[in-house]
Design a protein around this ligand. Structure first.
Ligand SMILES: *[C@@H]1O[C@H](CO)[C@@H](O)[C@H](O)[C@H]1NC(C)=O
Ligand SMILES: *[C@@H]1O[C@H](CO)[C@@H](O)[C@H](O)[C@H]1NC(C)=O
Length: 296
């Protein structure tokens, strides 16, 4: 992460800010349950944290699938934000005019989150220190990227595959893109999926500082990066994942040889999505994946 995340309070906004419902013109506040933690609970969660620090087990939650209403041409894994679940996004994605896309919306594992003092939340990776030099949770990112690739592994060979997400879901999608481009996960294991497009809303690119090193001297990776289409959208009024994180991610991809990056900025948009943004996603996916639309 590139710079100060601001106050912890903003971070806690990740929990109550599950407001992609902005598309419906309203914001839903999720109960701020961890405020009601007793000291005993906190001690309990710390003891869990200590107990699993040596070996983390990732148990992913339920997966929700939105079947294509027309001819199936593409499958996209869509990843929710911190504290959310696959169900909420699947309901939104189902309403989009994209009849050729099958959406797969997994739910992240519930795991202790360092920034919440170890309180568990659904998350694709752990979020630690609030600083520019905060270490990325490579183990968590790899586990989630592997879960995504695994969900794609049973799709038919002629179906185009994509990844997308919101906030830390977008970060995980973009991490998957870097694994695909380099050809391996952070842990060195080969990356198995053949991705064709990625969408990131209000997110950032993890491990951005090491991307150029990983891509260096890999002709195949350079070729994959060159033609890989990425759409990044970010609200200028985002007070949770700052706008400049999105902008820097876009620049980082471009400077690493990604020649098909589209970056869309939205004036006045906070950490949620709006119909105008989803319209852009629909038009972009239809064009980049060569979807037939309703005519099929
Ligand atoms: C999913 O998250 C939403 C909030 O975004 C919540 O209202 C709903 O109860 C959750 N569903 C499940 C199955 O956890
Ligand atoms: C990956 O998918 C693209 C279509 O997006 C296709 O042209 C290419 O042949 C595929 N590569 C492999 C190795 O399957």
């Amino acid at each position: 992460m590139w710079s100060s995340w601001g106050s912890i309070q903003k971070f806690l906004g990740w929990m109550i800010g599950i407001n992609y419902h902005g598309i419906l013109g309203r914001k839903i506040d999720v109960p701020f349950h961890f405020l009601f933690l007793t000291t005993l609970h906190i001690v309990y969660y710390y003891s869990i944290l200590g107990g699993i620090s040596a070996r983390r087990a990732f148990e992913f939650g339920r997966t929700y699938v939105v079947r294509p209403k027309g001819k199936h041409q593409a499958t996209i894994i869509w990843l929710h934000g911190l504290g959310d679940n696959g169900s909420s996004w699947s309901q939104l994605l189902e309403t989009l005019p994209l009849p050729n896309i099958k959406w797969i919306c997994p739910t992240a594992p519930t795991q202790p989150i360092s920034i919440f003092g170890g309180f568990p939340s659904t998350a694709w990776f752990n979020v630690g220190d609030i600083s520019e030099d905060a270490a990325d949770d490579l183990e968590g990112l790899d586990a989630s990227a592997a879960h995504v690739a695994n969900l794609l592994s049973t799709e038919p060979a002629d179906i185009k595959l994509g990844v997308g997400g919101f906030s830390m879901g977008a970060a995980t999608a973009l991490y998957s893109v870097s694994c695909f481009t380099v050809g391996k996960y952070g842990n060195g294991n080969p990356y198995p999926a053949n991705l064709s497009a990625a969408v990131g809303l209000s997110g950032w690119l993890p491990c951005s500082k090491t991307l150029s090193n990983k891509l260096q001297g890999l002709d195949e990776a350079t070729r994959r990066a060159q033609y890989f289409p990425v759409l990044l959208c970010h609200g200028k009024g985002d007070d949770v994942v700052p706008y400049k994180f999105g902008e820097k991610s876009s620049k980082c991809l471009s400077s690493n040889g990604f020649q098909d990056v589209t970056f869309k900025a939205y004036n006045g948009l906070g950490h949620y999505t709006i119909p105008e943004e989803m319209d852009e996603v629909c038009a972009w996916l239809t064009s980049k994946l060569g979807l037939e639309g309703n005519s099929a």
